[in-house]
Design a protein around this ligand. Structure first.
Ligand code: PLP
Length: 437
């Protein structure tokens, strides 16, 4: 079968049998996949027809060390040959999981020192809510079961994570939302205080926030916000959880996003960049204080665990991934290249009337698309999907956010990106804005 026939065959099979995550289902059924990727190298992905595209999103904000890293394949193969799987239930353990937990304790902020492993970010968040609620039961305050999150937040799609997600369309998808989730206005400590006042501090288990909101449109916290959040949580006895699923492992130019704000959470969720997407892994880190309290107060079993908690192959891949991040100074590169990317965005802003605010923090960034720069007026119907498809034709993939009255382009290229590759990205964006604007 020649390549053209294989593409046709795969397109038909994809339309008929593959229900894609977060997909425009009718469009998908009618037109099939827009790209069927076959290879990746560095910041580039190649699809079946041979087109090479810059992966301006590190796929799903996760391929931090870039595509095609053979070292990770080698580590995965070696671990699978030696011990592909053994359970970590109860008191069983394995070397990669132990070493990864110890490595995470070394790099995490403050006294975050113990890790509960999951297979991804949603499970990590659900675990954090369950641990927080269980903690208060152990502490003799069983009424503290409410979780507060924020508008525009995204925490995943399992029941708890969807319930915590502030982006309403995700919650409106169906009605199976867990009780006891409440939302404070984004970046407003007044609103957080109002929710605490309204619900009663003695009913609240935890507050969760992404250090930089990703899926909600790359929103960066104003100066002082997280310090105030930490203070408010302490004053009201509320646990503070950070969701570092996107912002962890160098994405924002520091190991973890919350480090920008000089604040230490009680729990920290992570996933994605911990393996750069080479294996499915996530987890929650808890502080030494919480860990000791759990051990002291809990008389029974921690009745929460996934089959793949502490998967040896995934943990071995994560260890190698972290070694590469450190050896290749990718955190420093993220910081520097984030500044180069911002310069590029600013140049585009001067050249194109429909570019409003631009922002980056490390290698996560956004361009706001506006009808009128002076008033920030939006287009009547979003034009960012058009920008996304025109850029893809020219060899660049990124994402658009059209929730909550936003018309935003979001970017998160691999941390290995170079200045000339950023130039390539910016040139494609320039041509794209010229074509659409
Ligand atoms: N939290 C944040 C901040 C995320 O961006 C995501 C996914 O994009 C998740 C949680 C959910 O992670 P997963 O898709 O691995 O379940």
């Amino acid at each position: 079968m020649n390549n053209e026939n294989t593409v046709q065959e795969l397109m038909e099979l994809d339309k008929k049998h593959f229900l894609h995550p977060t997909s425009p289902i009718s469009q998908q059924q009618e037109n099939g996949a827009s790209f069927i990727f076959t290879e990746g190298q560095g910041i580039y992905l190649t699809e079946m027809n041979g087109q090479k595209l810059i992966d301006g999103m590190s796929s799903l904000w996760n391929v931090n060390i870039g595509h095609g890293r053979e070292e990770l394949g080698e580590v995965a193969a070696a671990q699978m040959k030696k011990l592909a799987f053994s359970s970590c239930f109860a008191t069983f353990s394995n070397e990669p999981a132990i070493r990864l937990a110890a490595k995470l304790a070394e790099i995490a902020p403050g006294n975050l020192s113990a890790t509960f492993f999951t297979s991804g970010g949603s499970e990590a968040n659900d675990t954090a809510y369950k641990l927080a609620r269980h903690y208060w039961i152990l502490k003799g305050q069983p009424n503290r079961q409410k979780i507060i999150s924020r508008t525009k937040s995204y925490h995943g799609v399992s029941m708890g994570a969807t319930s915590a997600t502030g982006l309403k369309p995700f919650r409106d998808f169906n009605t199976s939302i867990a009780p006891d989730f409440h939302y404070a206005e984004n970046f407003s400590t007044d609103s957080l205080l109002e929710v605490i006042e309204r619900e009663g501090a003695d009913t609240i288990a935890a507050f969760i926030a992404e250090p930089v909101q990703g899926a909600g449109g790359v929103h960066i916290a104003p100066e002082g916000y997280f310090k105030a959040v930490r203070r408010i949580c302490d004053e009201h006895g509320i646990l503070f959880i950070t969701d570092e699923v996107i912002t962890g492992f160098g994405r924002t130019g520091t190991y973890f996003g919350i480090e920008h704000y000089d604040v230490v959470p009680d729990m920290m969720c992570f996933a994605k960049g911990v393996t750069s997407g080479y294996a499915q892994l996530g987890g929650v880190m808890i502080s030494e204080t919480l860990h000791n309290e759990f051990a002291e107060l809990s008389k029974g079993t921690l009745l929460h665990g996934y089959t793949y908690s502490g998967h040896p192959m995934a943990c071995a891949v994560a260890l190698k991934n972290l070694e590469i991040i450190e050896k290749e100074n990718l955190i420093a590169n993220s910081k520097q290249m984030g500044e180069v990317l911002l310069e590029g965005f600013k140049k585009l802003q001067q050249q194109h009337d429909i570019i409003g605010e631009v922002r980056t923090l490390g290698l996560i960034g956004a361009i706001e698309v506006v009808k009128d720069k002076q008033t920030n007026e939006r287009f009547e119907s979003p034009i960012v999907p058009q920008l996304v498809s025109e850029a893809a034709k020219r060899g660049l993939i990124f994402r658009s956010v059209v929730f909550d009255g936003q018309d935003t382009l979001v970017f998160a290229p691999p941390l290995v990106i170079t200045p000339s590759e950023i130039d390539e990205m910016v040139n494609i964006l320039d041509e794209t804005f010229t074509a659409v604007g």
